[in-house]
Design a binder for this molecule. Structure first.
Ligand SMILES: Nc1ncnc2c1ncn2[C@@H]1O[C@H](COP(=O)(O)OP(=O)(O)O)[C@@H](O)[C@H]1O
Ligand SMILES: [Mg+2]
Length: 314
């Protein structure tokens, strides 16, 4: 059973122009996407830069205005609720960003940074709060004395771990992780992802994991949504996406996974050429005459693709 549903979410930004600075057009940043979240699972949201991933995350937690569609949390429509009216939702849904540094006040010690959500949402005594901060630091593998330091004293990977600790402070149900490891070296990426997995096993938290790289999300996600220009072109279980991709754009993202094995590099390059050749000849199967994404159609219980016709995948 899902505890949260996103239905036909749209976020359109007005573009103003002309003499009277009127609305002349819109950016269709998010243009009708639906998702469901179950406890303890990881959902991927993958697509190239500018396709609307961050806008989706921000709209869900209420940092961007929703143009239309619904966000249902535990049976309640929280889409248009004012912040003060949905404190349970605000406590239970947290977001971490690619650059934790900019979301931490540089003049505050780590203890105060991590305790911020606790002070907003829970009534804990000073002693209880201290205990909680120590627990949170332990969860992300940091020493207790880290709490007396300032954000700039930590490396990028450590700061991401501190960001995760802060997001976990009030035991959220859903953490939206917007490219949480994209700025980190490969070895550090793996370490941060492992902490996220451990936390999930221990606390049953759900993740919406945003990335531009299908390689990064491969070992994290149970279900994956492939996003292109504000819409989903394909969604499915991990196996559907990696072993049986149908949309040309999914193929393109798969062939773009950075390859560290020199032996398969030539193969990869050929795969990329094949995808681009296929696209030239079969564009109409994947996008309508205006270049828009078709509606999603189910091809199995778990797998849906946006194609002109179900038989027409790559
Ligand atoms: N505040 C805004 N006003 C107008 N357009 C915006 C705004 N924020 C983002 N956009 C546009 O919306 C689209 C999606 O952006 P974003 O969600 O940041 O993409 P992603 O996170 O996938 O890189 C982009 O074309 C971007 O330029
Ligand atoms: Mg983004």
């Amino acid at each position: 059973m899902s505890f949260m549903q996103i239905k036909d979410l749209c976020v359109h930004y007005p573009i103003r122009g002309g003499f009277f600075n009127t609305i002349v057009d819109h950016v269709y940043a998010v243009d009708g996407i639906s998702m469901e979240f179950e406890k303890g699972k990881t959902y991927g949201l993958v697509g190239e830069s500018g396709c609307g991933k961050s806008t989706t995350g921000k709209a869900i937690i209420g940092l961007e205005k929703v143009t239309s569609g619904q966000i249902i949390y535990e049976g309640q429509d929280v889409t248009k609720m004012r912040r003060s009216g949905k404190s349970g939702f605000n406590r239970d849904v947290q977001m971490i960003f690619q650059d934790s540094h900019s979301s931490m006040n540089p003049r505050k010690r780590i203890r105060d940074v991590i305790a911020e959500p606790i002070r907003n949402f829970l009534r804990l005594s000073e002693q209880e709060e201290r205990k909680r901060v120590n627990e949170l630091l332990a969860i992300v593998g940091m020493q207790e004395d880290a709490q007396y330091k300032y954000p700039h004293e930590f490396s990028g990977g450590q700061k991401q771990r501190l960001g995760i600790a802060r997001a976990m402070a009030c035991r959220p149900k859903l953490i939206i992780a917007d490219e949480p490891v994209s700025a980190l070296d490969l070895s550090v990426q793996a370490q941060v992802l492992n902490f996220m997995k451990d936390i999930q096993e221990e606390f049953g938290v759900t993740y919406l994991f945003i990335s531009h790289d299908l390689g990064v999300v491969k070992h994290m996600c149970d279900e994956i949504n492939i996003m292109y220009r504000g819409r989903f072109v394909e969604k499915g279980h991990r196996e559907d996406i990696y072993d049986d991709p149908r949309h040309i754009y999914t193929h393109r993202l798969l062939s773009a996974i950075p390859d560290i094995e020199p032996e398969t590099r030539v193969e990869r390059k050929q795969e990329r050429l094949k995808v681009s050749q296929y696209y030239k000849e079969n564009q109409h199967k994947f996008f309508d005459k205006d270049g828009k994404v078709y509606p999603l159609q189910s091809i199995s219980d778990t797998h849906a693709v946006a194609l002109a016709s179900i038989e027409g995948g790559m």
